[in-house]
Write a new protein. Structure first.
Length: 330
């Protein structure tokens, strides 16, 4: 069930209803500044199992736990390094997740059996108010079927999960549009596990050295962070990146091959055989906010293939490049 909620001043009675669903072990989808999350009581293993069942999510993929403030996050950590304190002060509430050693009592179901836990304090007014009202930590991955495109509207959640969710809070489109940056603090040097809207340059300005991840685990090995599966954020139709050189020829060949070919393009194209064509914003923040909604539109249009212009190489585009890389077919 979708319930509209004022994104600037969430209604207390709606929040109280959603908080009660969480307390009794149910699932609530709610907006964050990044994407819509599928929330459950993080300290209730049965409730957390409901997230995995609803999403069809593999058990080796850990969840992010959301709290109302940094104090709530620290209460779930066995250690809180100085780097964590600095990053939390600089970026929380906001689209940054910190991976730290977990405190005893944090369910293995949340962390995929790992000795660490991923923590975030979201900035969206609805998410923040819900966490305050519920008074408990909420495990919340993106509110979609596993590996599919993340939702940035309540309707995306409804189409993807349907009646698997007890309550969907509709707070409008998510302003950031891609998942949070994830940084591991379990070793001496902070390590970037997943790029997002908080860039590695911004992180380095706060804590100095930030390492880039080594090769990601394959198969069914537990991931140190969500969002590290090879195929993720993927639309139903095969997605292909256009070459930087020979773009026009690649578009022409795709149009001539037949079928309905959609495209997400940074530059215009004059070929009536392509469609739908979505002109994407040229700035990274605008592109990120539009990306998942555009992919959902392609799914709804029933295209046979999706072509995407390559995005720039700058650090601010790293999160977008990561999402597109994992969505590519083949």
């Amino acid at each position: 069930m979708i319930v509209p909620v004022d994104s600037a001043a969430p209604e207390p009675e709606i929040l109280a209803r959603a908080a009660e669903v969480l307390r009794r072990g149910g699932l609530v989808a709610f907006p964050t500044e990044t994407v819509y999350g599928l929330g459950a009581h993080a300290m209730d293993p049965a409730a957390v199992a409901g997230i995995y069942a609803a999403k069809g999510r593999p058990g080796y993929n850990p969840l992010i736990v959301h709290t109302a403030d940094a104090e709530g996050a620290r209460a779930l950590a066995a250690a809180w390094p100085q780097a964590a304190a600095r990053l939390a002060e600089a970026f929380w509430p906001g689209p940054l997740t910190l991976v730290v050693p977990k405190r005893a009592g944090v369910p293995d179901a949340v962390t995929a059996g790992l000795p660490s836990v991923a923590l975030r304090v979201p900035a969206h007014p609805v998410a923040h108010a819900l966490l305050r009202t519920a008074g408990l930590p909420v495990a919340a991955p993106s509110a979609n079927r596993s590996t599919e495109v993340s939702p940035t509207t309540a309707r995306h959640v409804e189409r993807g999960l349907g009646d698997r969710v007890d309550l969907i809070l509709d707070g409008g489109p998510c302003p950031v549009g891609i998942e949070s940056t994830v940084v591991s603090l379990v070793s001496a040097v902070p390590t970037l596990l997943r790029p997002g809207s908080v860039s590695v340059d911004e992180l380095r300005r706060v804590v100095g050295e930030v390492a880039l991840p080594a090769a990601e685990p394959g198969g069914e090995a537990a991931r140190p962070s969500p969002g590290m599966m090879d195929r993720h954020y993927a639309p139903r139709a095969p997605l292909r990146m256009l070459p930087r050189d020979g773009r026009a020829e690649a578009l022409r060949r795709a149009a001539e091959a037949g079928g309905r070919v959609g495209a997400l393009l940074l530059a215009p194209v004059d070929d009536a055989r392509l469609g739908p064509v979505i002109r994407m914003p040229a700035d990274p923040a605008g592109y990120a906010a539009r990306l998942y909604a555009a992919l959902h539109e392609m799914d709804e249009a029933g295209v046979d293939a999706i072509l995407v212009d390559p995005v720039p190489d700058g650090g601010a585009w790293a999160g977008i490049r990561d999402r597109l890389r994992r969505a590519v077919t083949g």
